[in-house]
Design a protein around this ligand. Structure first.
Ligand code: FAD
Length: 540
């Protein structure tokens, strides 16, 4: 049941044991000629690109020997095996689209490492990898139905496009689609569908993984099960995902997209929790997507992510919804998918569900658009921000899973407290059901049946306003974490960033930490992979 790719004997001659990294690199380059199907680059521009990420705030540049653009799965095997077999070892980091915010996709060690560029988009945003495009299989023959096999570095937008050609689509999403399959499966992958379908990691049938020993293993619920669950949400610690088999469903044609506002946090969360309790019900009796925003700052309701509500000429005022200065407003965002054949029923069904909710009556905003446009909505915002030079700025993001029992305390302490009516980016908030998450996966969530994602998606600006600076916003994140700690709110970081082993132990909890360490010893004993997560101290 284990498929292991044979390894060419030349690796034995690579002899990457010299103290001088330049020497090692030379050896790799020499053997790399004709050795790798792709290319190994030492071009400073490539090294620079591979060492920065969306967070943009790393203080020290990564130490990089080279960037590998794999031309085949075998290239990934060869490189990891070379790192594993060399006497001294060197770190290897898979990089998806580099949309981490704390250097997770680059090596972190005193020895220079190599980045494997899994998603190789060039400047014109064209995929230049030699990898096979997504392969859609309609009704795969077993009870699991249709699926798509994709390269681990594939971006979700490409997975969507390929699936839609067959009238199909993955079930669970992230808000933004220019993220790689391997990158999001290493974390979880969540959006407003997670209450119903679980995170993206709950919608994967099978993976091909190159472990830290350089073995290529196929893993699933049936074979190499521990590796399968270890890799899902495993922060890249146990292997590099080279192929993922992702569940598909018939793609809806259109989306009815509704936003309503609340001034009362209790009403807002009660309605969100009611809506996610409808998971598993027939489509006609629930929404397909449930998210929400916290708007602590009047300016933000009219910004890019909320342009839905208003036009620049007709800005929305908090006071028009009975919210005084200093107040906070909450926006519930829900969608219903439908096809032309069911369009006649949509109005009534949406109306019936809305009647059960307690929002501010005058605050219903509705729009209707093709499914693809809805899923790709954040990309439009990206293009707008890029045109204003506001995309490539530091992003000190903080993503937290907050247990339902303490979300009201979080509201008082953070949204109405620490943020002080001022934010520097959207704040997402939506609940999920823990029973849709597989406890065997590596990702950790709070110990409650329902928990919320709170995503503080901040952009730091060099505007002269101290409260928009990277330092201020990073400090504010620390204050939020301290507040939770002191108030006993047992949050878990999503896309976690910790610096000490103690913090990681606290993140995982004792039992999960033991399992995580055991898996590391088993699958990446030399601690070669994803050192940028800073979980295990590198040994070279
Ligand atoms: P990278 O940053 O390249 O890598 C992340 C980690 O995964 C690194 O440790 C890397 O070594 C490892 N890795 C990368 N590829 C592989 C592989 N093939 N095999 C094994 N390990 C690998 N997340 C959500 O869940 N929901 C959202 O709605 C969401 N929206 C986002 C919107 C934006 C604008 C941004 C910037 C991020 C968003 N994210 C969201 C977070 C995102 O899912 C993570 O940052 C994810 O890691 C990004 O994928 P990437 O391909 O850029 O990964």
């Amino acid at each position: 049941s284990i498929s292991t790719v044979g390894f060419p004997v030349e690796v034995g001659h690579l002899d990457l044991d010299h103290d001088d990294h330049e020497y090692d690199l030379d050896r790799l380059m020499v053997f790399g000629r004709g050795f790798f199907d792709g290319s190994l680059s030492v071009d400073p521009a490539d090294l620079h690109r591979a060492s920065v990420d969306f967070g943009g705030g790393q203080a020290t540049p990564a130490k990089l020997m080279a960037v590998l653009r794999p031309g085949s799965v075998n290239d990934v095997v060869k490189l990891v095996k070379a790192a594993y077999e060399s006497r001294r070892g060197f770190p290897v980091s898979a990089r998806g689209h580099g949309h981490s915010t704390n250097g997770q996709a680059r090596p972190y060690s005193s020895a220079p490492g190599i980045v494997i560029e899994m998603s190789n988009y060039n400047n014109k945003n064209v995929m230049t990898t030699m990898m096979k495009p997504p392969n859609v299989v309609i009704d795969g023959g077993d009870h699991r139905g249709s699926y798509v096999d994709v390269w681990g570095g594939e971006l979700w937008i490409e997975v969507l496009k390929a699936s839609m050609e067959h009238g199909l689509a993955p079930k669970s999403w992230t808000d933004y689609l220019y993220l790689s399959v391997g990158g999001t499966l290493s974390n979880g992958g969540i959006s407003g569908q997670a209450f119903n379908h679980g995170p993206q990691i709950a919608n994967v049938h099978e993976l091909d993984v190159v472990t830290g020993k350089g073995e290529l293993l196929t893993c699933s619920e049936e074979q190499n099960t521990d590796l399968f669950h270890g890799v899902l949400g495993g922060l890249g610690q146990f292997g590099i995902i080279t192929r993922a088999r992702i569940a598909l469903e018939p793609a809806p044609q259109r989306v009815r997209w509704v936003r309503v506002l609340y001034s009362n946090f209790h009403d807002f969360t009660k309605d969100q929790e009611y809506l996610i309790s409808l998971h598993g019900k027939p489509n006609s009796e629930r929404f397909d997507y449930v998210e929400g925003f916290v708007i602590v700052d009047e300016g933000l309701i009219n910004n890019w992510r909320s342009s839905f509500f208003s036009s620049p000429r007709n800005p929305i005022k908090f006071t028009s919804f009975g919210v005084n200065n200093g107040g906070v407003i909450y926006s519930l965002e829900i969608t219903r998918n439908y096809d032309e054949s069911t369009s006649h029923a949509v109005d009534q069904e949406v109306e019936a569900l809305l009647k059960k909710l307690n929002y501010i009556p005058s605050s219903v905003f509705t729009t209707d658009l093709p499914y693809m446009d809805f899923l790709d909505r954040v990309h439009k915002a990206e293009l707008k921000l890029r045109s204003k030079g506001l995309w490539e700025v530091p992003h000190p993001w903080l993503n937290l899973f907050v247990p339902k029992s303490r979300i009201a305390d979080f509201d008082i302490g953070v949204f109405k407290g620490i943020l002080g009516n001022k934010t520097s980016g959207p704040i997402l908030i939506y609940p999920m059901n823990k029973n849709k998450w597989d406890h065997r996966d590596s990702v950790v969530t709070p110990d409650e049946e329902v928990f919320y994602l709170v995503a503080l998606l901040k952009s730091a600006l060099d505007s002269g306003d101290e409260t928009q600076s990277l330092e201020y916003l990073s400090n504010q994140n620390r204050r939020i974490l301290n507040f939770c700690d002191e108030a006993g709110i047992k949050v878990k970081q999503y896309l976690p960033h910790h610096s000490t082993e103690e913090e990681w132990k606290g993140h995982f909890g004792e039992i999960n930490w033991e399992r995580f360490v055991k898996r590391k010893v088993e699958y990446d004993p030399r601690r070669i992979l994803a050192t940028g997560q800073r979980i295990f101290a590198p040994q070279f």
